[in-house]
Ligand binder design. Structure first.
Ligand code: ADP
Ligand code: MG
Length: 277
């Protein structure tokens, strides 16, 4: 646990997002490297504030080798620290998105290893009644050993009682909606759903993207805007799984990308799937 914010020296910016800024930092007394995420929400809406608080609450709860670890949380630690900031283990390999940018595609063996770790992470979270809600390449981070872990609980929910009430307006998911499940897009048509099956859908999109080397659900490979994606998801046929994938991989993808969440594979079922074993 890092007790004092002034013990940290910012070395570089690792990422920017809706949530805030992530820095690479040096903990001076131990010479260890960490990542520091700084959230600013004092001028933001109540929604932004609530979500930031939720992100930290969830991070404090989770403790798994498949989820990026949070070591300390600071509240209002002066201007430079933002309104809320937390220290995480540093994932020196960057994100899966960075990896895809440089390598374009991953081999099936690599995708299998990534999928297995993400499934174990999702399994752990779901057991704790946490829906991640934002599984995508930029939120899957790689450490020095090449191990993938789930990060960014910026849109996560703790499920209490009846399930998750997502805020479904297009602005609430800028940049994120490309990996969203059909039931989150179109709750009227795919009614019900507790949110958990949505994480499985997103994993399927990520695995397929790693294979084809571009965003897989639209012909152009561009991350679609809201209306385009709405059309693909709601009126499109079944997801096209490429011939180049092995039979095990195809079957895995088809089980993740089942539009009807009731028929989609559960995390338990996928952990037994030959593709990840
Ligand atoms: P946002 O809510 O803004 O998306 P994230 O928590 O996803 O914030 O972090 C944004 C980016 O910062 C990530 O995509 C990744 O590139 C980088 N990053 C975040 N956490 C770490 C970490 N622990 N180690 C290394 N890089 C990180
Ligand atoms: Mg993110």
């Amino acid at each position: 646990v890092i007790e004092n914010f002034v013990e940290l020296e910012k070395l570089a910016v690792l990422g920017h997002g809706n949530g805030g800024t992530v820095y690479k930092v040096l903990h001076k007394s131990t010479s260890s490297i960490y990542a520091l995420k700084v959230l600013r929400f004092n001028d933001g809406s109540d929604g932004v504030r609530r979500q930031a608080t939720r992100e930290v609450e969830i991070l404090k709860l989770v403790d798994s080798p498949f989820v990026v670890r949070c070591c300390s949380v600071f509240h209002n630690s002066g201007v430079a620290a933002g309104d809320l900031s937390f220290v995480m283990e540093y994932m020196e390999g960057g994100s899966l998105q960075d990896l895809l940018k440089s390598q374009k595609t991953l081999s099936e063996r690599e995708i299998s290893a990534v999928a297995r770790r993400v499934l174990l992470g999702i399994h752990y979270l779901h057991d704790m009644q946490i829906v991640h809600g934002d599984i995508k390449p930029s939120n899957l981070l790689v450490n020095g050993e090449g191990e993938v872990k789930i990060a960014d609980f910026g849109v996560s929910h703790l499920v209490e009682g009846g399930g998750v009430a997502w805020n479904l307006s297009p602005d609430s998911c800028m940049g994120t909606c490309a990996y969203m499940s059909p039931e989150r897009f179109d709750p009227e048509r795919w009614s019900g759903g507790d949110g958990f099956a949505g994480d499985v859908w997103s994993l399927g999109v990520v695995a397929l993207e790693c294979h084809v080397g571009r965003f897989p659900l639209t012909g152009t490979g561009q991350r679609p805007d809201w209306p385009t994606l709405m059309c693909v998801m709601c009126f499109g046929e079944r997801m096209e799984v490429p011939e180049t994938a092995s039979p095990e991989f195809r079957s895995f993808l088809e089980r993740c990308l089942e539009k009807d969440w009731r028929k989609r594979a559960t995390v338990d079922e996928l952990l037994e799937h030959p593709f990840v074993n």
